[in-house]
Design a binder for this molecule. Structure first.
Ligand SMILES: *[C@@H]1O[C@H](CO)[C@@H](O)[C@H](O)[C@H]1NC(C)=O
Ligand SMILES: *[C@@H]1O[C@H](CO)[C@@H](O)[C@H](O)[C@H]1NC(C)=O
Ligand SMILES: *[C@@H]1O[C@H](CO)[C@@H](O)[C@H](O)[C@H]1NC(C)=O
Ligand SMILES: *[C@@H]1O[C@H](CO)[C@@H](O)[C@H](O)[C@H]1NC(C)=O
Ligand SMILES: *[C@@H]1O[C@H](CO)[C@@H](O)[C@H](O)[C@H]1NC(C)=O
Length: 519
């Protein structure tokens, strides 16, 4: 078997050589079976073809010739009719040569290219197999982080025939370096790209540290407890950045290492400022912060009474209500058993509290997410000073009564004296008149002073004294008349009691020191 195979192989070879020498056979020969070309460049794929010049005395004429990569139901598809190559290919066909030129190579041009021609001979069509494999290569800058520097290496996806001379660009500016790899410092905010000499129109994509970093909230809806929130970090970076999410208040903890950070079933404690960091081999960047504000209904309020404990009647009391809520709650105070709210303030102050103001007060905290309430009992006790007053009123009243009684007694006594004085008939008529005037005057005073029991004690005495002085002056005349009788003067001198009994004598007693002074 192996012998026969070898023999037949030899026979084929021999035959083709002899036939080839006699008249050309059907053939397509390609310059190379593998071609690597750079993206954006122009490639020429060359071949030569042969065919028998005649068959059965019929001269062979080439009718169609084309290159193709795809086969459809009609057969091989001429590249000129393939929209993918629109305007980018040219054929150069001669009697023996078949050259395909593709300009502005694209990655999608990587394929197996075959040449086919047809002739006027029956079964005189020929496709050159296996064709030419074209690989469209692009440049890449491979980035490798060294200790303090970053190494950039220019690479292409296929081996170029000759080691090329490299060209490096820094921020679009050509650099001096020509080696396949260079070292740059990190965080210099530059972008780098490479190319090879002769291909300046086509460069590798740039590599650079993260830029245009944006942290954002994926939804604009109000964040409520229990909902799910996604934070997104996006940046431009090449090579791709690695992301980390942190919260400002706790910036030691990495919350996520994905560009998207999901806070599922969010809690109020998740509120805060978040930021992300994007980092690649060329540097890192930190985003601005994104604010997460979790809204929630008021928590059960805490209510306090100041002062605490039992409250004295008449004092001032402040009920304070405070509830954790977002947005901040507004507060309404109700008194148990009363429909309408007492106050709509956080601190509800009751001044001059009454016993009937005691009871249960509830505070309702409300915001857009809901409400909650709490109750507190206010106990009001009667103030001690009120008890004192209560005890003091009868005492004062009693004192007043006693004073009145006392005064009345005094008045009564006087009234009796005045009535009894003239009744005795011992005082001359002229003397009675001033005495009567005097009494009336004193009476008026007394009624006036009655209003104030405290003064009532003193005033009559005062007014009496005052009156006595005045009357004494007024009555100097009368006195002179009066004291004509030595009996009266002696009487006055001998006994005070007697003087008190006689109004005329009273005046003389008062006047006496003055009289003594003058006489
Ligand atoms: C982290 O927090 C500390 C203090 O808590 C602050 O000094 C530091 O700047 C913060 N770092 C960042 C990256 O925000
Ligand atoms: C309410 O009262 C508390 C103390 O009782 C006080 O600290 C707070 O400032 C008051 N708030 C208002 C709005 O009056
Ligand atoms: C206040 O509330 C408590 C308990 O809820 C109740 O026992 C008490 O009777 C209430 N007081 C008044 C004055 O309604
Ligand atoms: C309190 O807030 C709620 C919800 O925001 C609102 O409907 C209500 O009118 C407010 N009440 C007062 C007294 O401001
Ligand atoms: C207070 O809250 C309870 C439930 O917690 C509710 O039944 C009651 O109606 C509330 N009271 C007010 C005044 O809102």
């Amino acid at each position: 078997m192996s012998f026969s195979a070898a023999a037949s192989g030899f026979a084929v070879l021999f035959l083709s050589v002899t036939v080839g020498q006699a008249k050309p056979s059907w053939s397509v020969k390609y310059g190379s079976s593998q071609i690597c070309a750079l993206k954006g460049s122009t490639v020429k794929i060359k071949c030569t073809f042969t065919y028998p010049s005649e068959r059965g005395r019929k001269t062979t004429n080439v009718e169609t010739s084309f290159w193709f990569t795809k086969v459809n139901y009609q057969g091989p598809l001429d590249l000129k009719k393939d929209s993918d190559y629109n305007g980018r290919i040219t054929y150069e066909f001669t009697k023996k040569n078949c050259i395909l030129t593709i300009r502005d190579l694209k990655q999608s041009d990587s394929a197996k290219y075959k040449f086919r021609f047809t002739t006027n001979q029956p079964t005189g069509s020929y496709t050159g197999l296996p064709g030419v494999t074209l690989t469209v290569a692009d440049f890449r800058v491979q980035v490798r982080r060294l200790e303090t520097l970053t190494e950039l290496k220019c690479e292409s996806s296929c081996d170029l025939n000759e080691p090329p001379s490299y060209v490096w660009y820094k921020k679009e500016q050509k650099m001096e370096e020509k080696s396949p790899s260079i070292q740059v410092s990190v965080r210099d905010d530059n972008s780098y790209s490479c190319s090879v000499k002769g291909h300046k129109d086509y460069r590798s994509p740039s590599v650079y540290a993260p830029k245009l970093l944006i942290a954002s909230l994926m939804s604009s809806d109000e964040i409520t407890e229990g909902s799910s929130v996604t934070l997104s970090c996006s940046s431009e970076a090449n090579p791709a950045a690695k992301y980390t999410w942190k919260k400002k208040k706790n910036n030691q903890t990495v919350l996520s290492q994905a560009p998207q950070f999901v806070l599922s079933s969010i809690l109020s404690s998740d509120s805060g400022q978040y930021y992300c960091t994007a980092k690649n081999e060329l540097g890192e960047r930190t985003s601005g912060s994104v604010s997460v504000d979790v809204k929630y209904a008021p928590r059960p309020p805490s209510v306090t009474v100041t002062p605490s404990g039992e409250i004295m009647e008449g004092s001032s009391v402040t009920l304070t209500c405070s509830s954790d809520a977002n947005p901040a709650a507004n507060y309404t105070w109700y008194k148990e058993g009363e429909e309408s709210p007492k106050a709509s303030v956080l601190n509800f102050t009751i001044t001059n509290i009454m016993v009937q103001d005691g009871g249960n007060y509830s505070c309702e905290a409300q915001n857009s997410r809901g409400n909650s309430n709490a109750t507190i009992t206010v106990t009001v006790v009667a103030a001690p000073w009120n008890q004192v007053t209560a005890a003091a009123v009868p005492v004062a009243f009693l004192a007043f009564i006693l004073i009145c009684l006392f005064l009345w007694i005094i008045r009564k006594k006087k009234g009796w004296k005045q009535q009894s004085g003239p009744g005795a008939g011992q005082i001359p008529r002229e003397q009675v008149k001033p005495a009567e005037e005097n009494v009336i005057y004193a009476n008026v005073h007394l009624t006036k002073e009655h209003k104030d029991p405290l003064y009532a004690n003193v005033s009559p005495a005062q007014s009496k004294r005052h009156l006595k002085n005045r009357k004494a002056e007024e009555m100097v005349e009368y006195a002179s008349v009066n004291f004509d009788s030595t009996k009266a003067g002696a009487r006055a001198e001998s006994k005070k009691q007697d003087a008190a009994e006689d109004p005329a004598a009273l005046y003389s007693t008062v006047n006496k020191p003055r009289k003594n002074g003058t006489s």
